[in-house]
Design a protein around this ligand. Sequence first.
Ligand code: DAK
Length: 254
Amino acid sequence: MSEVLLEKPADGIAVVRLNRPEVRNALNLTVRDLLAKHFTDLGNDADTRCIILTGGDKVFAAGADIRDMVDRTPIEVMARRDLWKPIASCPKPVIAAVNGYALGGGCELAMHADIIVAGEGASFGQPEVRIGIMPGAGGTQRLTRAVGKFRAMRMLLTGEPVTARDALAMGLVSEVVADAEVFQTALRIAKTIVSMPPLAVMQIKEVTLAGQDASLEAAMILERKAFQLLFSTTDQKEGMRAFLEKRKPEFRGR
Ligand code: DAK
């Protein structure tokens, strides 16, 4: 069976599921290649409107595969294609459904998502320092942007994980639910997103992410332009008319 499974549980929703339970879903090169391929394909697939990324109900991912890395040379590491890029630049909303460990590259993978639903037993950490390296897929950057310098440094420099509840308090996850409810909660959120007008959804994602690293002034211009652009869609007319006519809108993604 493939080490990354692709499922379609409902209209418009794709599930990308890590499937190496025997090594805690460690991200070897095959897994990372498959993730890059699936995210590229789903990003280009008009029928896919929201993606759920999960490792199943026991563990999200214990990081990059240490067996894969132990004897690598700097040149080999450098020569690798950037397999994280297709996930980071995916135009569709991504929801991470996290049970169990999300460590190292696993925590970084979750942080590529737009929404993180965590089970009560989940934990998040960047333990790379303990094995002589450091995060290489956004752990020093996305984590710091999400939780602030002092909480990020505490995690990065000690390698100690935080619980799902602490992660919620820090702003590292969107929601914490009972372990058994993680996937269903993610699916419910995905269904809500899929019922929204797709062009507005994609503009919101793009502007929110691009604006994070721009000045407030530039980001506000970006927001205003995207806002104006949406007035060229039939979904804007439909959404507003449906509200005024007190009926459910029928969005067509145009
Ligand atoms: N890699 C390889 N194998 C792993 C693994 C990992 N990250 N994590 C677990 N395993 C394997 C174990 O070796 C063990 O294999 P066997 O002994 O059965 O053959 C099996 O999974 C079960 O593990 P445990 O016996 O340890 O299971 P426990 O439930 O007791 O503990 C654990 C689970 C997740 C707490 C523990 O396994 C653990 O601490 N794992 C390592 C966590 C870690 O250090 N993660 C950070 C890895 S470094 C890059 C970008 C990013 C990265 C790299 C490059 N580029 C852009 C180039 C990221 C780096 C990392 O993530």
